[in-house]
Design a protein around this ligand. Sequence first.
Ligand SMILES: Nc1nc2c(ncn2[C@@H]2O[C@H](COP(=O)(O)OP(=O)(O)OP(=O)(O)O)[C@@H](O)[C@H]2O)c(=O)[nH]1
Ligand SMILES: [Mg+2]
Length: 282
Amino acid sequence: MNNINWFPGHIAKAINELKTKLSLVDVVVELKDARIPLSSSYLELDKIIGSKPHLIVLNKADLADNFMVKKFIEYFKNTFNANILTTSSHNHSDVKTIVDAILKLAKPQIEKLVSRGLNPRPARVMIIGMPNVGKSSFINKLVKKAKTKTGAKAGVTRQLSWIRINPKLDLLDTPGIIPIKLENQLSAIKLASVNGVSENAYSHEFVASELLKILYDKYPNELKSFYNIDDDNLSIDLQMIAKSRNLLIKNANPNIERAAFMVLNDFRNAKIGKFTLDDVPE
Ligand SMILES: Nc1nc2c(ncn2[C@@H]2O[C@H](COP(=O)(O)OP(=O)(O)OP(=O)(O)O)[C@@H](O)[C@H]2O)c(=O)[nH]1
Ligand SMILES: [Mg+2]
């Protein structure tokens, strides 16, 4: 299977669910994977979000290339005037920074209510993001101290519940899932590499081989040194890694399948290094 499969049929349904939830909140927090800030973006998202205030959070920064994360933050700020932060789910020290950023974005909306003679109410926020980007972990981090569910809101779908993060902020307790659209094969390979695509949709050998090409291009020294590959080599493939790691099958042939799993795991756990797969556009 030398491509990554995707199912356009699921997308319309997911987008409709997302739109319904979006209509309930004042602010949207979009999680992106810090290792692929562009490939984990859904191109039509701006149309779906419309003019609602939008905070981008690059999550899993603990696994990404620090220098590149900084460059991407500048890029998003300069090019899109974006509100953007970076975090990782293990780091709980920045909850206040995140909550303050959300409240700041919600303020004009709440002030608008008051200016119309309505009572101020807590701002409403929801988390959205692609599969596996860390939405549930992020929500858990925000609600760690605030365990009070505030129940259904008048006029709002009954099944959805809200969690009061603080007197000024209610969080929708289920995130919105941004469906992945895998039209661009290079983005699809990167998404699969960070475990953002269902494992049934691709062959590990294919994705691991393609990932090795990307890593060799960006981080050749780290890759060679981690897998003990001779410095003279002008590329690294699964065969070389299987040999170097002594992953062999019958007749001392390299076990490509095991090498593929190993490379994907090593990358996903940032064992080879903290890497970013996307490039900042010129
Ligand atoms: N290293 C690291 N791992 C993270 C981070 N955030 C989440 N994870 C891990 O990523 C995996 C997915 O996290 P979830 O919070 O379940 O992601 P999700 O977006 O809710 O996933 P779905 O509900 O399947 O779409 C889990 O194994 C988490 O432990 C992070 O900031 N750093
Ligand atoms: Mg989840």
